[in-house]
Write a protein that binds this ligand. Sequence first.
Ligand SMILES: *Cc1c(COP(=O)(O)O)cnc(C)c1O
Length: 380
Amino acid sequence: MTGPEWPEVYRKLGVAPIINAQSWVTALGGSIMRPEVLRAMDEAAGAYVDMMQLNRAAGEVVARSCGAEQGLVTAGCSAAQVLMVAACMTGQSESNVEQLPDATGMKDEVVIFKGQRNRYDKAFVTAGATLVEYGTAESATPELLDEAINENTACVAFVIAASINRGVGLEETVRVAHARGVPVIVDAAAEVPPRANLTKFHKIGADMVAFSGGKGIGGPQSAGLLAGKANLMEAAVMNSLNLHAPVAGIGRPMKVSKENIVGLVTAIELFTDSDEGIEWDGWQSKANYVAERLGGIDGVNVVIEDDPNERQGPQPVLRFDDAYEGPPIAEIKTRLESDDPAIFVGGAEARGEISIVMVNVRDGEEIIIADRLIEILRSE
Ligand SMILES: *Cc1c(COP(=O)(O)O)cnc(C)c1O
């Protein structure tokens, strides 16, 4: 086993393939598209189409998969975040769409629980809004949420992600916001699988929900899904696809190619049709393999964890006690990453752990990971 195959296009650029045991992270390439997706994109590349018609048709697939009134393929979850806020600000007013990011005369505050601030939330202000926090980094109450809402509130943003605090929860957020006539938008970028999450947040009452297309769904890395209530979705369409208006909207820099639209639609269909249990078992058996191989190293405790609120799939988590004599976590990671092939693993140093996330580990790579880790953990 020598590692992943080195595609000629990357070799020519001097960019070597890596082993991704860190999950569907953008920095490591998102996910690998299935051959069926690539074939669909190849086919799509061979014809001109009316992009509005294609977007509408693809939007129907997204809406159906999400159990929502209307859908849209976007250029990723971040792009969907921009469009959700823009839609809440402009409504279906053409002059408002034309005016953004100047928000004069529009509701321009996005209310967010302080504990949900994260590295992706700049997308919530890109359209010209400002974030208004409520609660502390640790906790929130429905009363604090209610107090943060005023006549300038465009929407309440809710973020669902592994290890991001849920605050008062989505149900309660929807209840409080709707009582004040304010929509709730959700960033759930990496929350599928489980497939049930495609529809779950809509069922709870969220007005718009965004997912990445290039993470667990296995579509193009720069594609995403946005779905929700028809009036707001139509406003999102206006902000991104006013293709014949004199002034292109705020979504213009986030256009989606015909190939990516078709690729994402194909990926969604494959994803919803494929068996979650089989997918999970594949991750589980790789996790079991690595955990078994790493058993018996002094001071290294290996536990397979799969709490869906914390972890993407079953994964061996390594923690270290006083009997451990190998290199510290930062050095373990550096050595893995400077290896050939480079291996990227998950787990926060601050939490004193390393996790081997299996969702992007290709068959056989678990052997390389275990071999290399044993060598490093047993060294000085
Ligand atoms: C990955 C991620 C995003 C960005 O999604 P893209 O599809 O890469 O644009 C936004 N929010 C969260 C929580 C994410 O994990």
